[in-house]
Design a protein around this ligand. Structure first.
Ligand code: NAD
Length: 500
């Protein structure tokens, strides 16, 4: 989700800036095409100001039952999974179009409580998500089953069917995009969804669901239930009427979900989890490109993205020059409220998370790390942390081992390719990695040796064509989002054999 050009952003922002205390917010859960109000239980904050915004309800198992029932009724009455697939494609395209038309409202509802700058959401996240929904819609009437070789006396084929109701749970760091990753392929494949957004960022997801109904997607196919992990999340993942779980969030919550599913009844799951991704810069790299990508791999959204390239691993011959450039670049970041300055850096999602980031940075310094820049919060209201670069770190330093989920990167040096690979290997995570080198043979060799679900060479970040699946190795995940794999992951296959 790149930032938009400054001039373009400024023009957009003139019409997007808003007062967070006066923004009308959707109220309640969204079930069966309607808002369902319940007594408020949880506070939503604006991290840009640190102020409380509003309260939201927390769904218990009865309310999750209601949402699952609404999804089942909608599937049956609309024939969503049974009718001509082109009908699904048309409805999903209409939803994507309406999301783009409503980009300003979606962006404000996202920016008010999250770390996403309003102009970036309006000009970036909404359009990218709409394109993803169209991308998945195209699979609805093009992805086929298989006729398999058998004797002439038999007919064997592999059919694909939707699961029925899918339970989706999303994190706070890119609420619209993460909801799109789940809803696009699930609906295109013929399912209904019960989705729980993060309790910190519920509003844009609610509005996406409302827009879906306005665009002609049958009411009840997308149900949004608000709540926390232990109560609402557990009620979803353990629900017998939910046939598959699709989760994006921390490795800790992913483990808890696996446990709950093992306890309450086996069902398939897709888990997109945490990361601690390395960026390897070899001596023959284009230094301008590497410096730009290394910064881009940790500064946007204040480093609060799963694929953050938080471990910079650089050949010793270019290390000093690169570290100096990065420290200068980091120091240029200025904090700004998400509803305010288009060029500003994002707040940290909560004060608790900021304290956690600072705790790891101070522990890293206590264990011998050298501070190249940053190292403390910005002196202003709201939760903002200075982009921080730490050198001289051992492999055991907490800044190297922990997923910090903030604007903090470590800087390590190597002499040989072997040493670079040893430093790159993380004991827990394997989400993605970056390689910068002018030698394509080396890049391919190193990419094959890295333990990661995605490797980028001479770039850092996903492309916008959505065809490459994304997902982690090791404790970074199970299964894939995006690409054809995500569509297939929302259907189950049935092998049919007929004696003729
Ligand atoms: P989190 O795990 O705290 O919460 C994510 C979601 O899970 C929230 O909706 C939360 O309420 C819910 N949840 C928490 N505990 C649960 C439980 N026991 N059962 C069911 N649901 C539960 O994560 P977060 O702080 O919102 O997001 C940051 C994390 O997400 C980071 O670790 C980041 O790497 C990861 N992430 C991964 C990807 C990816 O594609 N791999 C993408 C974005 C974020």
């Amino acid at each position: 989700m790149g930032r938009v050009a400054a001039t373009e952003t400024n023009a957009i922002l003139m019409t997007l800036a808003f007062d967070p205390t006066r923004l009308p917010l959707p109220n309640g859960h969204f079930i069966g095409g309607q808002y369902v109000e319940r007594p408020p239980e949880m506070l939503v904050h604006a991290p840009s100001s640190g102020q409380p915004l509003a309260e939201i309800p927390c769904a218990d198992s009865d309310l999750v039952d209601q949402a699952v029932d609404a999804a089942k009724v909608a599937l049956k009455s609309s024939g969503w999974g049974d009718a001509a697939p082109r009908d699904r494609l048309r409805a999903l395209h209409a939803w994507a179009d309406l999301m783009e038309a409503e980009a300003a409202t979606l962006a404000r509802l996202e920016a008010v409580c999250s770390s996403r700058p309003v102009a970036d959401v309006a000009a970036g996240d909404v359009g990218v998500t709409a394109t993803q929904i169209r991308f998945f819609a195209e699979f609805a009437d093009k992805e086929c089953g298989d006729l398999v070789p058998t004797s002439k006396a038999q007919l064997g084929f592999i059919d694909h069917e939707p699961y029925g109701v899918i339970g989706a749970i999303t994190p706070w760091n890119f609420p619209i995009s993460m909801a799109g990753w789940k809803l696009g392929p699930a609906l295109a494949a013929g399912n209904a969804v019960v989705l729980k957004p993060s309790e910190m960022t519920p509003y844009s997801t609610l509005y996406m669901a409302e827009l879906a109904v306005r665009a002609g997607i049958p009411a009840g196919l997308i149900n949004v239930v608000l709540g926390d992990g232990p109560r609402t999340g557990n009620a979803i993942t353990g629900h017998p009427g939910i046939s598959k779980v699709s989760f994006t969030g921390s490795t800790r919550a992913g483990s808890a979900i696996m446990e709950n599913i093992a306890r309450t009844g086996i069902k398939p799951m897709t888990l997109e989890l945490g990361g601690k991704s390395p960026q390897l810069v070899f001596a023959d790299a284009d230094l301008d490109l590497a410096a730009e990508c290394l910064a881009k791999g940790i500064l946007p959204n204040a480093g609060q993205f799963c694929v953050a390239g938080s471990r910079m691993i650089v050949h010793h011959s270019i290390a000093e020059a690169l570290a100096e450039r990065l420290a200068q670049r980091f120091a240029q970041e200025t904090p700004a409220a998400t509803w305010d300055d288009p060029g500003g850096s994002s707040p940290i999602i909560s004060e608790a998370q900021l304290q956690r980031i600072d705790g790891i940075v101070q522990a890293a310094l206590g264990q011998g790390a050298e501070l190249l820049c940053g190292g403390s919060r910005f002196d202003r209201p709201g939760s903002y942390y200075q982009p921080t670069l730490l050198a001289g770190v051992s492999a055991e330093n907490p800044a190297v081992t922990e997923e910090i989920f903030g604007p903090v990167a470590t800087f390590q040096t190597f002499d040989s390719e072997e040493e670079a690979l040893r430093l790159a290997s993380h004991p827990t995570y394997g989400l993605c990695a970056g390689i910068f080198s002018g030698d394509l043979t080396r890049a391919v060799r190193v990419s094959r040796a890295l333990e990661a679900g995605t490797v980028w060479v001479n770039r850092y970040g996903r492309s916008q064509d959505h065809i490459l699946p994304t997902g982690g190795w090791k404790a970074s995940g199970l299964g894939k989002d995006l690409g054809r794999e995500a569509f297939l992951a929302n259907r189950r296959s049935k092998s049919v054999l007929i004696d003729l």
